[in-house]
Design a protein around this ligand. Structure first.
Ligand code: IPE
Ligand code: IPE
Ligand code: MG
Length: 240
């Protein structure tokens, strides 16, 4: 199966990776056990997406609201991101993957910021595949930071355009997602890509993130390929 749909456009897929805690709980294990299994699902999904011809993938891994969780869980999530990047950087670089971490740097340790900067710099010229990790990310926070950049840029309110705003977002240069997938049977956006997902298609699945498989990704793409995207326009066939 190929991921090319809608007039040859390869969809940008974004995933709200939810359900690690419930996955662990079902096995009477601590939540962190679920997060570790979640990292394995990330590795698999990056491989599967590339295999299916996808060229841009954005993964939601820590939200600005996740700071309300127990300190130990937060520390574990930070540690997992750090180790994931460190251990996979060589491979991702060799495979032509460009890695970007979107979200606020506020509250991150200097160590983690350093790894993020090294990763983004090292993979900046890669073009085969775009992997965006939303970490310490919130759509409202991103838009607020973009508004501050707009003010600091010296543009007048009359001059400011939507294109300027996009250039101030963390996703500057990355087209918005065509398809947003959320796992674990929750039907909400939880502050993910609020600006960028304005016209995204959504697929919800009950599968818990650690169990998310290639078949689930294929099913989501299949579902997406049957959608009619209108972007506010009318169905061409209905126009006399
Ligand atoms: C998703 O799994 C990972 C993060 C939000 C960091 P959860 O940790 O939210 O798992 P559930 O929703 O409690 O099952
Ligand atoms: C959304 O999951 C954030 C991530 C997947 C990183 P949450 O588990 O934090 O979302 P809510 O609280 O159920 O909305
Ligand atoms: Mg959750």
């Amino acid at each position: 199966m190929s991921a090319v749909h809608h007039n040859g456009h390869v969809p940008h897929i974004a995933i709200i990776m939810d359900g690690n805690g419930r996955w662990a709980k079902a096995q009477h294990r601590p939540r962190v056990f679920g997060h570790r299994a979640g990292v394995k699902a990330v590795r698999r999904t990056v491989e599967d997406a590339r295999d299916l011809g996808i060229t841009c993938l954005t993964l939601y891994s820590f939200s600005t609201e996740n700071w309300t969780r127990p300190r130990a869980e937060i520390a574990a999530l930070f540690d997992l991101l750090h180790r994931y990047i460190e251990s996979d950087l060589e491979k991702l670089t060799a495979e032509g993957v460009r890695v970007r971490i979107i979200g606020s740097r506020e509250g991150l340790t200097d160590d983690l910021i350093d790894v993020i900067n090294r990763t983004e710099t090292k993979t900046a010229h890669n073009t085969a595949f775009s992997l965006n990790i939303a970490f310490n990310y919130g759509g409202r926070d991103e838009i607020l930071r973009a508004a501050r950049k707009a003010i600091d840029s010296g543009l007048s309110s009359e001059e400011l355009t939507a294109d300027h705003m996009e250039s101030f977002l963390d996703t500057a240069g990355i087209p918005g997602p065509d398809l947003v997938i959320r796992t674990s049977g929750e039907y909400r956006i939880s502050n993910f890509l609020l600006w960028q997902a304005a016209y995204a298609e959504f697929v919800f699945t009950d599968v818990l993130w650690p169990d998310f498989s290639r078949a689930d990704l294929e099913a989501a793409l299949e579902n997406y390929s049957g959608r009619e995207r209108r972007f506010g326009n009318v169905n061409k066939a209905d126009v006399a």
